[in-house]
Design a protein around this ligand. Structure first.
Ligand SMILES: [Zn+2]
Ligand SMILES: [Zn+2]
Length: 108
């Protein structure tokens, strides 16, 4: 079995002996051409394919959460500014203050 592997050559380097076999594509590779991925030795092409699949999976799961978070932030920001606006409107207006001023001094 080990001698069989030794006779195999790397898929990328024809002059190099194979050190491992990629379990995904079942081709032989030298130690330089395989990468440890989730405690498995995969070739670079299969790691890239796996990473792309994982990214797609996380994106699909991440999307609704990101949208919900953005909407929540928008609602919170709107509520914050609404409260500020409401607070400013409930304050005594400058014209009202002027009326009090003229009332006090106009009747003298
Ligand atoms: Zn592979
Ligand atoms: Zn190689």
């Amino acid at each position: 079995m080990s001698t069989d592997l030794a006779r195999q050559r790397c898929f990328n380097h024809a002059h190099r002996e194979a050190a491992a076999r990629c379990p995904a594509c079942r081709r032989h590779y030298c130690r330089e051409c395989v990468v440890e991925h989730e405690s498995r030795l995969l070739c670079a092409a299969c790691v890239a394919a796996e990473a792309a699949r994982e990214e797609l999976r996380t994106k699909r799961h991440g999307w609704p959460g990101a949208v919900a978070g953005a909407l929540l932030g928008l609602v919170l920001a709107w509520g914050f500014f609404f409260l500020i606006g409401w607070g400013l409107l409930s304050l005594p207006s400058p014209t009202h203050a002027a009326d009090v001023w003229s009332e006090r001094f106009g009747n003298d």
